[in-house]
Write a protein that binds this ligand. Sequence first.
Ligand code: ZN
Length: 201
Amino acid sequence: MDIYPPSLGNLIDQFSKLPGIGRKSAERLALHVLRSPRELAERLAQGLVEVKEKIRFCSICFNITDSDPCPICSDQRRANGTLCVVEGPGDQLAVEQSGAFSGRYHILQGVLSPLDGIGPEDLRIAELLSRIRNEDVREVILAINPTAEGETTVSYLTEILSEKDLTVTRIALGIPLGGDLKYIDSMTIKRSMDNRSSCTP
Ligand code: ZN
């Protein structure tokens, strides 16, 4: 038997459906909402509904945005001839937060996964090709995660982009900052050897 009143039990159920939130955390969150001023609950509820109502995909880069085209696609200074291709909005956010890239993005909305029936036509690849034609793109940087599906996607894109008059690069894969060779898998060490760079004083 549920020890909580139904409305509280329901809130706990909903919180526990969120990623990374176990039953205990969901209880803590629900009890926190209960103890907090009504305003917090109202803002939370409003925020949840608003994100579903207002957020859509940019019709150019397919990133999530409140306004279409998104601020990056609307910014002429970012049209510098480089396109950074990522799997999803979370990856775009990570690259953007690093401050390491000043061009525009293209969000594939996934990776190729033949076992799950996800082929090129399920991703935003046709749109990528038409952007390359229309936006004077000179370099495509593949910032795709090194998973099995990511590797398949990188091979596929490298193949079809090799026919175009542009440079295709991939972000370096290797030892993370603060990492320790003793605990790094052989594939990563091999990649790091292959991608080694010159030491400049
Ligand atoms: Zn955009």
